[in-house]
Design a protein around this ligand. Structure first.
Ligand SMILES: *Cc1c(COP(=O)(O)O)cnc(C)c1O
Length: 375
């Protein structure tokens, strides 16, 4: 059986978790959380990074920091994971979906401006497969209309756009360290804060609305409840697990990239023969090999391909049912403009097995079987 995903594991995780336990500091913001936060700041150039219990929670924090109110509108793609929308509709906002670009599956930046109304508060680009959205255009629109930008960079750790780390370009960026992502702590994420001025409020929201972080740094002599907040900090045991992977981030990256490149090279003849389409990486984007997908002709061909691979013990998956067609999407959102590509392209896409340590022979087997299917 060739699995679709095996969560990353480097070997040091148990040792670091044991250390967190020996430190008698398994609650939040211990030694390992601090190491992870610093690593993220150093690798992205943001003012601060705060580890969270999930990317969903990081996005919820961003929605609170943007002061999203009932009736506000937030522009995002429909082709995304539910969390992108959840974080904002929980605050009473309406999700306004715009169509994607067929080449990258990212929100089409040319459609954003027409979706803006006087209720629009934020734009939420999702960097699908760790490939950047057209951020120069998006930041320019946000600046002209005075809107927040929250990057859903759940899949974008170690990716960049014109030299800038994904998650560091908008006001806020959200990473995921779920076990399906490139680096994992089981369940976890991070909120990236571009501007120093927003750090204090973010720390307060993350610590139940208290100024406890300031207290721990010795800046005040007692802490108190100063804002509405929640509890978004993970246990240091989970951070210890993640630290074992961030230490080896480049090795994991290189290993995944070698697999991605092998798939590309092996499947290119099928694209050249007009049978399938391969991912597109635009100029200026450096991706992180989060995902390798191919596009079949249509839904029917894709279903047959997934079935064929399964019969050959290869697990491949498709995803996102576009949010605007889901029950909650109809309740909490609306699609602006026409769905030209969102549904059509999502129905063509299949994700192939890709994880840290996936053996070369297995990749070659997957490619052989795909070629056999298209014969
Ligand atoms: C994985 C993912 C999330 C959610 O991440 P969690 O850490 O599980 O909350 C959000 N958005 C996108 C695009 C994702 O891929």
């Amino acid at each position: 059986m060739i699995n679709f995903n095996i969560p990353p594991y480097t070997g040091k995780e148990p040792e670091y978790m044991a250390k967190a336990i020996q430190n008698h500091k398994i609650s939040g913001d211990g030694e390992f959380t601090k190491l992870c936060n610093k690593w993220i700041v150093d690798h992205t150039g943001v003012s601060s990074a705060l580890l969270t219990t999930s990317c969903t929670h990081a996005t919820e924090m961003a929605a609170l920091l943007c002061d999203i109110q009932p009736g506000d509108e937030v522009i995002m793609p429909s082709y995304t994971f539910v969390s992108t929308a959840d974080a904002f509709v929980l605050r009473g906002a309406t999700a306004v979906f715009v169509d994607i670009r067929p080449d990258t599956m990212n929100m089409d930046e040319k459609l954003i401006e027409a979706a803006i109304t006087d209720k629009t508060k934020a734009i939420v680009p999702v960097h699908y497969a760790g490939v950047a959205c057209e951020m120069d255009t998006i930041m320019d629109i946000a600046k002209r209309h005075n809107l927040y930008v929250v990057e859903d960079a759940a899949q974008g750790v170690m990716s960049s756009y014109k030299g800038k780390a994904l998650g560091s370009i908008g006001d806020y960026g959200c990473f995921s360290f779920h076990e399906t992502k490139n680096y994992s702590m089981g369940e976890g994420g991070c909120l990236l804060i571009r501007d120093e001025k927003n750090t204090e409020l973010a720390e307060i929201i993350r610590e139940k609305g208290t100024n406890r972080s300031k207290f721990f740094r010795g800046q005040i002599d007692k802490y108190t409840w100063v804002e509405a907040g929640s509890s978004y900090l993970p246990s240091d045991m989970n951070a210890a697990y993640l630290w074992a992977q961030l230490e080896k981030a480049q090795e994991i990256y290189d290993n995944r990239m070698a697999t991605w490149n092998l798939y590309y090279e092996q499947l290119l003849p099928l694209q050249e023969a007009g049978k399938i389409e391969l991912p597109v990486i635009p100029e200026g984007c450096v991706h992180n090999a989060h995902m390798f997908y191919i596009k079949a002709k249509d839904l029917e061909e894709r279903s047959a391909l997934i079935r064929f691979l399964k019969e050959n013990d290869i697990s491949s998956v498709f995803h996102y049912i576009p949010l605007h067609s889901a029950p909650a999407g109809q309740k909490f959102g609306r699609f602006h403009g026409e769905d030209v590509y969102t549904t059509k392209e999502s129905e063509r896409l299949t994700r192939l097995p890709l994880y840290y340590g996936l053996e070369k022979e297995k990749v070659l087997t997957v490619c052989e079987k795909i070629k056999e299917f298209y014969k």
